[in-house]
Design a protein around this ligand. Structure first.
Ligand SMILES: NC(=O)c1ccc[n+]([C@@H]2O[C@H](COP(=O)([O-])OP(=O)(O)OC[C@H]3O[C@@H](n4cnc5c(N)ncnc54)[C@H](OP(=O)(O)O)[C@@H]3O)[C@@H](O)[C@H]2O)c1
Length: 343
């Protein structure tokens, strides 16, 4: 089979770099175009020296016409608002797009406008974009031309809640998601608040009740439930590079034990290559998933309080971004879903 030619726009950022790394070991896709925003005359393996011997590509300053002829499928690892200017051009030219930004995730443009402080500029393609969470939308992903790759926090939170919400086990009004992310979650661009000396040896909550990932979680879980959802989401900044640990508190509607709840989740995710439900109430840690495309989930019930605690761990740059983007490409291209991602 002829290799699928793929391009990464935004290859010099954190998620773009991770995409390049994964695509270099992919046996069916061929990385044929990489670009950033800054003017550079440099090869990608000079920017990321560990790629020497794995790839030999000039890292261009992004120009649409030049990119167009170089690949069949494009990953957009771009800031939100930039993706929705670029994606329509590729789609109009018959290319497939996996957008890692938030631009095509929220179906309601007024919600997008509220949380991203700008009007949506591509409502035409928004309608046909498929939310790329394979464990929920695999069949729709197969025939998609535009994938809205999920956010990092939403990936962990939705996978942790979906089976219980769908089974009607949780009181959907009382869900509290207490999530902690490493610093790469904010991207490589300069930001004073993310300087080493600001983050190291500290730990803080931020954007209480107003984080842009809240509507994404509500949208996808609401669709599973069949009625509107409204979670409480409190993100924290961890003084480490990568990983998101979400500790989620839910009130139970029914009398279930830890073993019952684990069985619901194990059944829901049976056969899923990248979701692992921990047996016997064991809880995941970030080091168990760092550098992998796995989402590990642990569950415990406190029967006296009719309360369950769910802990989910992902790597924000892999299952939370680049790994999931490649998983989506694998599905829509008919490849083994695990190609390039195992383990
Ligand atoms: N970081 C995460 O954990 C994560 C997880 C899920 C989703 N996301 C989303 O993924 C997207 C990328 O995130 P990131 O963390 O990789 O960001 P990043 O590290 O800041 O990288 C952004 C990339 O986009 C390029 N770029 C910026 N403006 C551009 C423009 N106008 N035209 C062409 N290229 C442009 C930058 O090029 P230069 O290097 O030349 O400036 C860089 O390569 C964001 O929308 C983010 O919300 C991030």
């Amino acid at each position: 089979m002829e290799a699928l030619k793929v391009g990464v726009i935004g290859a010099t950022g954190y998620t773009g770099e991770e995409l390049v790394r994964i695509l270099c070991r992919h046996r069916q896709a061929k990385l044929s175009y990489v670009s950033g925003k800054e003017e550079r005359t440099v090869r990608i393996q000079e920017i990321f020296p560990y790629l020497q011997g794995a790839v030999d590509l000039e890292c261009r300053t992004f120009q649409f016409e030049e990119a167009l002829g170089a690949a069949d499928l494009f990953f957009l690892s771009l800031p939100h608002t930039v993706s929705m200017q670029v994606a329509p051009q590729f789609l109009a030219a018959g290319k497939k797009v996996v957008d890692v930004s938030a631009d095509y995730r929220l179906k309601d443009t007024s919600v997008y406008e509220k949380f991203y402080k700008t009007a949506h500029r591509d409502t035409v393609n928004l309608g046909s974009a498929v939310y790329g969470l394979p464990e929920i939308n695999r069949e729709r992903i197969r025939s998609a031309r535009l994938i809205a790759n999920p956010g990092c926090y939403p990936t962990g939170a939705i996978l942790a809640l979906y089976p219980g919400v769908k089974a009607g086990l949780f009181d959907e009004q009382g869900i509290i998601i207490d999530a902690k992310s490493g610093v790469t979650g904010a991207g490589r661009k300069a930001d004073k608040a993310l300087n080493f000396s600001e983050v190291n040896e500290s730990f803080k909550a931020y954007k209480l009740f107003e984080h842009q990932h809240v509507p994404e979680i509500d949208q996808e879980l609401g669709a599973a439930l069949g009625r509107p959802m409204s979670v409480t989401f409190v993100p924290h900044l961890l003084p480490l590079n990568r990983g998101i640990l979400s500790t989620i508190y839910v009130r139970l509607r029914k009398d279930v034990t830890t073993d019952d709840l684990i069985k619901v989740y194990a059944d829901a995710y049976r056969g899923e290559p990248f979701v692992k439900v921990r047996p016997g109430g064991a809880l995941p840690e970030l080091r168990h998933v760092a550098g992998t495309n796995f989402c590990d989930i642990g569950l415990r019930v406190n029967p006296g309080k009719k309360l369950a605690v769910i802990v989910a761990a992902i790597d924000n740059l892999v299952k939370g971004a680049a790994g999931q983007a490649v998983q989506n490409m694998n599905i829509l291209s008919g490849y083994d879903e695990r190609e390039g991602l195992w383990v």
